[in-house]
Design a protein around this ligand. Sequence first.
Ligand code: ZN
Length: 284
Amino acid sequence: MALQEIAPGVFVETEHLGSNNSIVSTRDGLVLIDSPHRPTDAMRWRRTAAAMGEVAFLINTDHHIDHTMGNYFLPGTVVSHEITRDRLVNHAPSKAYVEDLITVIDPEGLPLIRDYQVRPPTVTFVERMALDVGGLRFDLTHRPGHTPNSIYIELKSLGVLFSGDLFCEIGLPAFVEAHVYEWLEAARFLGTVDAEWIIPGHGKVSRPRDVAVFRQKMEDLIGQVADGIAAGEPRDVLAERIRFEDLIHISTGGSPSYPDHLIELFQHKSIEAIYDQTIERQCT
Ligand SMILES: [Zn+2]
C-alpha cells in the first residue's frame, strides 16, 4: 500500500481494489472520503486512521459498494447525498451478492462480514453542503453523472478536489446508473476547475488538465454507440459488440479481480444505458 500525503494533512490511498480512499486531518478530528471495498483493507484503514486521530466524518461520493462497504468497519458520522442514503437504505445489494463478491475479491475478509450491515449516511444534503471541521472547510456539491447522486468535494484552502467517479484517472467506470450526457458536462467542468490536485474515484492523483483524457475516452465510447445507432444496429447487438477496457474491477494492489461475469454484466448494461440515453436525446 502506498499512502501519499498530497497536501498538508491530506492522505490518499490509490491502491485499494475499489475506490480511492482519503483521510484529511484537522484540529477537530479526521474527515474520510469513501471507504474501502474489501473488509481486510477496511480494517487496515481503520487502524491507519486511528493512528492519526478520531474520525469525525466519513463522506461517500456515491452509493456504490466499492465506495461504501467499508462504512461498516469505520467510525464517524457518514455524510452524503440524500439519494445515496435512499439507495443504501432501500436498495442495498443482497447479503448473497455481497458474500459471493467478497468470497472472490477478499476471501480472508469473509469472517469479518458475518454480521455485516450497510451503514448508510445519517447526514444528507440535496444541492450543496459545507462542513467546517477544525479550521478546514469542505464544500460538497451534487453533480449527477456517474450516478444520479454523485457528489464532489472541494477543499479550496488546500487546492484539493475529490471528484468521486465523475473522474477516474485509471479509465472508464460503469455507466450502469449513469446520466451519460450530464456526466460528460461534469467531466468538462472538472477539467476547468481551479485546483492544484484532483483525487479521482479510481486511479492516480491528478491535475485538472488530466481530466481531458478521461473525457475523451467517454466521448469515444459514446461515439461508438452513436455510430452503431446510426447504422441501424439493434440495442442487444450493440450491447454484445461494443466493449471498453475495464481497469476498475481488475486486480489492484495485489488483490484479486472481480468475477468475469460481473465485469461482463457491467459492460453490457453500460452500453445499454448509453444506447437508451442517446436515443432519448435524439428524440428530443
Ligand atoms: Zn467507483
